[in-house]
Ligand binder design. Structure first.
Ligand code: ATP
Ligand code: MG
Length: 335
């Protein structure tokens, strides 16, 4: 029995890296079939919509999607496609594991942490006001108890399931006396339900310094939307860059898996893109679907490939094309 998954190729390097995932999944005989839909720049040009209805229907039906990066045209009053998808399906958890990989050059060798970014509120709630006459701009950061509670709870449940020792909550409650404090209070309350897990909290500026000095001290990190966004890119940098880091947007019904990086327009269409980030996201998707053996097998093939520099793409100092890298991973699957 094949399970159907929605596939969004995306813009920029999206088509190249999704092709790589499709080839590797086919070689690994993963029991899923792709239902191809699209969004962003491509569908805006083709059918005049950034998020076509057929895509929304497809995700509603399948409950699981893999998404390439999408472009939202700047300055034409369009709301970000990524943000809209998260809001439509109430994907309140943005989960981003950052793990060092053997063979990949990075500042640290033993980082293994995961970021839980709140994905629906904070500064992304869309509460923006502009007074043209006075030239005053407001972007309101809305934090709710319910929103804080569910993301912090999800981070603790993850910690428990994966045997993690500690959850660190990141905030700025010393300045954001309302929004920051509410989030911190949710953490303090939920931590009481998980006495076996250590709970710590850090002010975001200190957290940035701690992360670049000694990232090994962290395990699970939970943060509001904007802080989580910034910390994710910082942590991607700690483990070798954007070409490697996977992400999942998870709600109670639907989950959409995507790489942390954007459309990389500077290298699009040149066969240079590193498909690893999307591939690792696709592996997270397999775990989510309970296809653990396939997930582990593909993960091992990626690890083996990345150990040898020449087999890597340019962003990791290698000289393999997207296609050649994909061939290497497929070769390792056979071993
Ligand atoms: P967007 O507006 O879609 O976020 P961006 O210009 O911010 O696009 P990113 O995709 O975030 O670009 O990438 C930032 C830099 O990292 C670019 O130089 C890009 O080439 C590089 N990069 C990002 N993803 C990859 C990848 N998968 N493989 C190789 N290089 C990448
Ligand atoms: Mg970007």
């Amino acid at each position: 029995m094949l399970t159907t998954v929605t596939l969004i190729k995306g813009d920029g390097i999206g088509p190249e890296i999704t092709e790589s995932v499709k080839r590797i999944f086919a070689a690994a005989e993963v029991p899923i079939q792709w239902e191809e839909e699209n969004a962003g720049q491509t569908t805006l040009a083709e059918v005049g919509e950034l998020i076509p209805n057929s895509l929304i229907e497809s995700i509603k039906r399948n409950k699981v999607a893999l998404k390439g990066p999408l472009t939202t045209p700047v300055g034409k009053g369009f709301k970000s496609v990524n943000v809209q998808l998260r809001q439509i399906f109430d994907l309140y958890q943005n989960v981003r594991p950052c793990v060092t990989t053997e063979g990949v050059q990075s500042k640290f060798t033993d980082v293994n942490l995961v970021i839980f970014r709140e994905n629906t509120e904070g500064l992304y709630a869309g509460l923006e006001y502009f007074d043209e006459r006075l030239q005053i701009a407001d972007s309101i950061s809305r934090i709710t108890w319910a929103g804080s509670y569910r993301i912090v709870k999800a981070s603790f449940e993850y910690a428990k399931k994966h045997g993690c020792k500690k959850v660190t909550l990141v905030h700025k409650a010393n300045i954001l006396k309302n929004a920051g404090m509410l989030f911190l209070k949710a953490g303090e309350q939920i931590s009481k339900e998980f006495p076996e897990i250590e709970f710590d909290n850090k002010i975001v500026d200190n957290m940035c310094m701690q992360l670049v000095l000694k990232p090994q001290q962290f395990d699970v990190i939970v943060a509001t939307n904007l802080f989580g966004d910034i910390l994710s890119d910082l942590c991607a940098g700690l483990v070798g860059g954007l070409g490697l880091v996977a992400g999942a947007n998870i709600g109670d019904e639907v989950a959409i898996f995507e790489a942390v990086h954007g459309t990389a327009p500077d290298i699009a269409g040149q066969g240079k893109a590193n498909p690893t980030a999307l591939l690792r996201s696709a592996v997270m998707m397999l775990h989510h679907m309970g296809l653990k053996d396939h997930a582990r097998r593909i993960d091992r093939a990626i690890d083996e490939t990345l150990k040898i520099r020449e087999q890597c793409t340019g962003d990791l100092g290698g000289n393999a094309s997207t296609q050649q890298y994909t061939d290497y991973v497929i070769e390792k699957l056979q071993n």
